[in-house]
Design a protein around this ligand. Structure first.
Ligand code: FES
Ligand SMILES: [Fe+2]
Length: 384
């Protein structure tokens, strides 16, 4: 084990009182990236897209999951499957990355081997069928689970029990009645010049809002009104008050139509890379995946009761603006990660969610024991 990886482990497993930022080297090191691909992205449950984004038969979403080409396909038989997107002939990615639609079959762009939307090899050109065992060339399938309208996949041979862990999140979400959110939207894919962990840490903590987003998010969801709700290594929920909401909903509380909780937002963090912001109106997210040691891909999406109309232009511009602010700061931080000073600084209580993320890393990369589940006082408002 390299010295850097030893230091990674020692730092990531620290509890709150002694928690520090990770050593800078883990944000630009190829060996670390490989370890994370192997023990996290190819081993644990990873969010891919919303069920609503694959509503029609034939709809697909293709992506690279830490180097592995994957496609989620809604087959004509009504099933959504997670399968390899590598041609079983010589490995060419079959479907183009991003969202798309399969007309009839999946045809490899190299030598035109043809697969059904369920991944069975159907045809090989030039009458070569006899020498190719079709069953042996079926596309490998992966475990797929749905939770709250989100699709997560797991590439491991023996996936862990995802729903057992996520069930404990449900009580905090009950006032938001997420079952209403049937319309998925978005689908933008961004490429950031930063390590995936920087984008995740930045996406989950509210400490930077007053500085990086002083003209955007700080106005609606200020740093000082953000708080921890509940969490541990497996997932974390934080929340915050939304400025200017009290007046608008006060009368509705009295009629019993809305609870106080709905004047707040919840941030739902499902590591490794899903960060969702839940309000009564919508559930919007970014999902971060590594793309080598110093780059990441950021998938943007959301869902709501009704599809956003033209009137949401302002909201879209607002989102684009704060996302650009996040991208800029992450790319700036990345430039600092080449420093030979490997020790990061102390993490604050306001950054507890970052500490939970580090505990997740320690658990999955090094099998370290992690801190117990913690619920803060704020949890009461959401659970009751
Ligand atoms: S690589 Fe796909 S058909 Fe040859
Ligand atoms: Fe941000």
């Amino acid at each position: 084990m390299s010295k850097l990886i030893e230091l990674y482990e020692a730092t990531a497993k620290q509890p709150l009182a002694t928690a520090h930022s990770l050593p800078f080297g883990v944000y630009n090191d190829a060996e670390v990236a490989q370890l994370e691909a192997q023990n996290i992205f190819h081993q644990d449950w990873v969010f891919v897209c919303a069920t609503g984004q694959l509503a029609q038969p034939g709809a697909y979403f293709a992506l690279r999951l830490a180097g592995e080409a994957i496609a989620l396909v809604h087959g004509k038989d009504g099933h959504i499957r997670a399968m390899s997107n590598n041609c079983s002939h010589r490995g060419t990615p079959l479907l183009d990355e991003g969202y798309g639609h399969i007309e009839k079959n999946i045809v490899c762009p190299y030598h035109a081997w043809t697969f059904s939307d369920a991944g069975e090899l159907k045809g090989v050109p030039f009458n070569a069928q006899k020498c190719v065992n079709k069953q042996q060339h079926e596309l490998p399938k992966y475990a797929l689970q749905e939770w709250m309208g989100l699709l997560l996949i797991n590439l491991a041979d023996q996936p862990s029990d995802l729903l057992a862990s996520f069930d404990k999140i449900n009580p905090y979400l009950k006032h938001f009645d997420m079952q209403r959110f049937k319309q998925a939207y978005g689908g933008a894919i961004e490429h950031w010049n930063s390590n995936w962990k920087l984008a995740v840490e930045n996406g989950i903590e509210s400490y930077h809002l007053f500085m990086v987003h002083r003209n955007t998010l700080e106005i609606t969801t200020p740093s000082k009104k953000a708080y921890y709700v509940a969490g541990h290594a497996d997932w974390t929920i934080t929340g915050g008050a939304m400025e200017g909401m009290e007046q608008g909903t006060l009368s509705k509380w009295f009629t019993g139509a809305r609870s106080e909780a709905l004047n707040h937002y919840l941030l739902v963090f499902l590591p490794p890379g899903f960060i969702g912001i839940l309000t009564y109106e919508s559930f919007d997210w970014i999902s971060v995946m590594p793309d080598g040691p110093e780059h990441c891909t950021v998938y943007v999406g959301g869902m709501a009761e009704t599809a956003p109309g033209a009137g949401d232009k302002q909201a879209n511009e607002f989102a684009a603006q704060f996302l650009q602010e996040d991208k800029d700061i992450c790319e700036r931080v990345q430039k600092g990660m080449g420093s030979r000073h490997h020790q990061g600084g102390k993490l604050l209580d306001m950054e507890r969610i970052v500490i939970d993320f580090h505990q997740y890393l320690a658990k999955h990369l090094f099998k370290s024991p992690t801190c117990a589940f913690r619920e803060a006082d704020a949890a009461d408002m959401f659970k009751h």
